[in-house]
Design a binder for this molecule. Structure first.
Ligand SMILES: [Zn+2]
Length: 319
């Protein structure tokens, strides 16, 4: 895909891109016009309206008119809005009449978006639409054709690219199992089915081990009622196949209530299920439930581990 840069004239910087910017997102627009990307950028840079955007994309090229480290005026959320002050704006051309040219322009916009996501290390949640910032139906034709469809185009391209060159950055498939009086079967996936998590509802987990395809996984656990909220030493997946007490995290038959998991390659997402608890009359005093997902890249604070001190867990998922 060809990228053409057009320099914003110095006398227009005060009007078109006055602020320096650390971008945190992409804002997608449709031009609601039938002009080429070069025509859109030229017109935008030349007029005296407080309207500007970083890129225009048509059926055969990408044209950039504003640097990514300067702000644009496109989202309609004012001079302090996240859209205007932190968004990289992309206009997809030929949206008024649609047809082949627009279809191709959208595909080219996907290429540009994937390139931006990879350069900043962003996920799909960084792709936003003009409509997210104000009550305006933009990007109109992309919305007509389906926003989720558009996001899927981006995801497909992102995943294809990462399969070929980024495999070493991921843990690959994670295999894990839990002990609740006996070692339960290995789990190789993570979903809502019966074999999509480790554990059995109603039985407290006291041991946990895991391994991954690339690199090592570490697991660190906290035992229910441990004094001073002391955590056990972390264990490594290197010993996964061993039977000694360092091959798993936990102390068998002592319930654990919290766990932390991380990896040497890529990262891990994990969560725990709290065991339901009833009083002697059978009334539920602790509701059994899955807690929020934890990302191993969160290093400190209560969001860095899964579980709540004082509550037994009976299910664990990780991927
Ligand atoms: Zn727009």
């Amino acid at each position: 895909m060809q990228l053409t840069k057009v320099k914003c004239p110095n006398y227009q910087i005060e009007l078109k891109c006055p602020y320096s910017m650390n971008p945190t997102r992409i804002v997608v627009h449709n031009t609601y016009n039938d002009a080429s990307a070069m025509a859109e950028i030229s017109y935008m840079l030349g007029n005296s309206n407080e309207v500007s955007f970083h890129y225009a994309v048509d059926d055969y090229r990408i044209v950039q008119g504003i640097e990514e480290n300067r702000n644009g005026w496109h989202a309609g959320d004012g001079s302090r809005g996240k859209g205007n002050r932190e968004g990289i704006a992309i206009e997809i051309c030929y949206s008024k009449s649609g047809g082949e040219k627009f279809i191709k322009a959208e595909q080219n916009a996907v290429e540009l978006i994937v390139d931006i996501l990879k350069r900043y290390g962003w996920g799909i949640e960084k792709v936003t639409k003009h409509q997210d910032y104000m009550d305006k139906y933009c990007p109109h034709r992309t919305l007509d054709m389906g926003w989720n469809r558009f996001l899927k185009m981006i995801l497909d391209k992102l995943n294809n690219n990462s399969k070929t060159n980024k495999i070493e950055d991921t843990t690959g498939i994670i295999t894990y199992k839990a002990y609740d009086g006996t070692w339960l079967p290995e789990v190789h996936k993570c979903d809502a089915t019966d074999d999509g998590y480790a554990g059995r509802y109603g039985r407290a987990i006291s041991g946990l081990k895991g391994k991954c395809e690339h690199g090592e996984i570490f697991i660190q656990s906290h035992i229910l009622g441990a004094p001073n909220n002391e955590w056990l030493e972390p264990i490594s997946s290197k010993d996964y196949n061993e039977n000694h007490s360092n091959s798993y995290s936990g102390i068998l038959n002592k319930s654990m209530d919290c766990t932390k998991i991380w990896s040497t390659v890529g990262w891990v997402k994990f969560r725990t299920h709290i065991k339901e608890k009833k009083d002697k009359n059978g009334n539920i005093i602790v509701r059994g439930r899955w807690l929020p997902w934890v990302d191993s890249r969160t290093k400190i604070g209560t969001e860095s581990y899964a579980g709540i001190y004082g509550y037994e867990i009976d299910g664990i998922q990780m991927y």
